[in-house]
Design a protein around this ligand. Sequence first.
Ligand SMILES: *Cc1c(COP(=O)(O)O)cnc(C)c1O
Length: 384
Amino acid sequence: MTGSYLRNRLFCPGPTPVPHAAALSSLNTNIYHRSQEFKDILISTRQELQAFFKGPHDPLILTSSGTGAMEAAMVNLTEPGDEILVIEGGKFGERWRKLGEAYACQTHVIDIPWGASPDMEQLEAKLLSLKNLKAFFIQANETSTGVAYPLLDILPLVRQNTDALIVVDAISALVAHELPMDKLPIDCLLSGSQKGFGVPPGLAFLALSQRAQERLSKRPKFYFDLKKELEGQDKGLTAWTPATTLILSLQESLRALNQIGPNKLAEQHRRAALACHAAAAAMGLSLFSREHHSHALTAIRLPASIDGGQFLSHARDHYGAIFAGGQDQVKGKIVRIAHLGFFDEQDIISAISSFELTLAAMEYDFTVGSGVGAALKALATDTI
Ligand SMILES: *Cc1c(COP(=O)(O)O)cnc(C)c1O
């Protein structure tokens, strides 16, 4: 299809589409990060972010990818030798485990099959067996599998049975799912710019509960020193030079997001997921997530006859649709469709139609159009 016009459409779970106003505002490169103008921008942007965190202080903005915020949480909330517990059900749970090991914590793991959620009885038994648990680490969305762990069940169980700090990686969950710190037992909530917030990669967000602020670690640290950031950012000062242009972008994205509101946004993401689920079922394909399907992305199992790598390149080269594949044990076997951040329902239909055309080109036996038809029907009959 070379020679024909193709528009790239990002359907991968980060980076996600950036709204025009947010992209444009980042062109203002003549701004000094210690000026009063920028200090005011940092303070007001943190206030706008708070709509998605609802914690005891406005979230900190860090200049790093999301993993930086994960590292900041590990370094600032644990001491070497501390017992920690990690839920590992995919690539990002694995990252918590590796961070715990890298920072010399006694890292206990609840290993669950990819696509599954933790078993509550097993979790409770594990919590009861760990008498000295200092911190508990989990994802809100395990982005590699499309599972949104049932935090409403899990987090209270951890709180009731331990004194551990509860750290939630909501890097791909926020905006799609509501996780208010004032209603849930969360001590540290993380997110990142290039997922639900529709900003290019390079910023991470982190908020701490009161008890987490009182338990900051004494271990050596340098770039990610949250005590320093907490003191500085209230005055509009980051410890190091921040990514000013991305913060300008964030300011614009948040303006758009907050005009809609966290509740309505979560509802839109739920509908997008619903449309993808209906489409997969109509095409005779199953979801990779067993239950607790994420509202940020949908992971679909490919038919055994189709190679995932070829699927992704065909969709990209012929329809401009950039889906994500599977990692590690599911490489080549699943396709992940993100519907996170600045997507509308027509975008979802476009994603499904590219998905169908690719399946058809790869000679999968199904009725072309059945996925789009089912998605439209699901959207039309879902009454909210
Ligand atoms: C994207 C993502 C991250 C962080 O990734 P970076 O590439 O470092 O920005 C962490 N956790 C989850 C669940 C994610 O989806």
